[in-house]
Ligand binder design. Structure first.
Ligand SMILES: C[S@@+](CC[C@H](N)C(=O)[O-])C[C@H]1O[C@@H](n2cnc3c(N)ncnc32)[C@H](O)[C@@H]1O
Length: 382
């Protein structure tokens, strides 16, 4: 992807400024520079009822306008509804009824949003102009929780991921690198192999393997990609592993990439998989960290709860892995946490991910205190 000229210019400017000042220059959004730039409000990220209420706390009066935005790909750019500017009397509740589409300001009708909304994520873009002309704005971020049982195309291409293939490709390369650096050997078993992207990347490295996944849709895609007898539909919490899988044991490597947090009983699954290993088998896990900084900050509104199939996201942490893996006969060789995982459009939440992206000291702090959102763990069977 080519970098736009403005972005290139900014990069050049910041590098020059860093050099001249011997400081690390970064650009923050304009609202970072003014305490009165953002509208003071409280609003849920996760919308659990039929009505989303944004509690506007600004005490002064003014004129308020509101635009409801839907997502195109990763960005909230699609205008779904615009409310003409109207009198804002002071603290008020902005309600959006997700069943009827009615928009109300303190109970009085403002209009009607066309339903259904095009996706689970949406935002309010609010603008409040005070009588003296001062402008405050705010983008909010919201999503509607889902509870669907089958994991089909919609999960991988819209309802959970925007585009799983594109979003997971770099993670797969990282896992390949990790496997290489820990001397992982074939055959590989990937549990939760989805559409076979990682298995294909491992093939290219000469580390051939097989996979299982509960999603029939994903396994059909993986068969198109990898050919027959490489992947099978299997719910590893309930089903016997296919005979074609158990016949290949002991595996040189077991991989569970972004999958442990999906199980109801993650450590029971690890106990079931352990007999497929032999001394020296390498286990690679990437998973969520319920003791992360973002989990502490956002609680039930932590990004880990967006995926409705994350059934044990509240059970897995660096601490629980350190307790459970050795008890199953795995010696941990590496356990790190990384990343601020937050996708909300709200600029107050964006602070944490922008800080993480632009300050190496913050990244080090999270790594040293094991406060990152994603755990990478490599263990060896004793
Ligand atoms: C977040 S995706 C990760 C996919 C892949 N490992 C990757 O890194 O791209 C989680 C995968 O785990 C699968 N999964 C969830 N629960 C499962 C279960 N009980 N048994 C087998 N697979 C499961 C899902 O169908 C999905 O493909």
């Amino acid at each position: 992807m080519s970098v736009p000229p403005v972005t290139r210019l900014k990069g050049l400017f910041l590098r020059a400024l860093s050099r001249i000042t011997n400081r690390h220059a970064v650009l923050l959004p304009a609202e970072a520079g003014r305490d009165d730039a953002l509208i003071d409000l409280r609003a849920p990220y996760r919308v659990t009822g039929a009505v989303l209420t944004v509690d506007l706390r600004e005490t002064g009066s003014g004129r308020l306008s509101a635009t409801l935005l839907g997502y195109e790909g990763h960005f909230p750019v699609r205008v779904l509804w615009t409310g003409e500017a109207r009198e804002y009397p002071g603290p008020s509740a902005l309600g959006l009824d997700l069943v009827s589409g009615a928009v109300r300001l303190d109970g009085s009708d403002w209009g009607r949003v066309p339903l259904p909304l095009p996706g689970r994520r949406f935002c309010w873009k609010l603008r409040l102009v005070a009588p003296d002309g001062r402008v405050r704005e705010r983008l909010t971020g919201h999503y509607v929780p889902l509870d669907v049982s089958a994991v089909g195309r919609e999960y991988f291409e819209g309802e959970n991921y925007v585009d799983h293939e594109a979003q997971s490709a770099a993670d797969h390369q990282e896992i390949v690198r990790l496997l290489r650096s820990h001397g992982a050997r074939a055959p590989v078993l990937e549990v939760g192999c989805a559409t076979g992207g990682l298995l294909a990347a491992l093939d290219a490295e000469g580390l051939t393997g097989v996979g299982v996944d509960v999603s029939e849709w994903a396994i059909a895609r993986s068969a198109e990609r990898l050919g027959p007898d490489r992947t099978w539909v299997c719910d590893v919490e309930k089903d016997e592993l296919p005979a074609s899988v158990t016949a290949r044991r002991p595996f040189g490597t077991l991989v569970l990439a972004a999958v442990l947090e999906h199980f109801r009983e993650p450590f029971a699954v690890l106990a079931r998989l352990t007999p497929l290993a032999a001394p020296g088998t390498v286990l690679v896990l990437s998973t969520t960290n319920r003791d992360s900084l973002c989990q502490m900050l956002f609680g039930s509104e932590w990004e880990g709860h967006f995926d409705w199939t994350h059934r044990s996201v509240d059970q897995i942490s660096a601490r629980t892995l350190r307790a459970e893996l050795p008890a199953l006969g795995w010696r941990i060789e590496r356990l790190t946490t990384d990343l601020v995982w937050d996708i909300s459009a709200d600029p107050t939440r964006a602070t944490v991910r922008e800080w993480w992206a632009s300050d190496a000291r913050f990244r080090r702090l999270l790594a040293e205190r094991e406060l990152g959102d994603i755990i990478t763990c490599v263990a060896v069977k004793t």
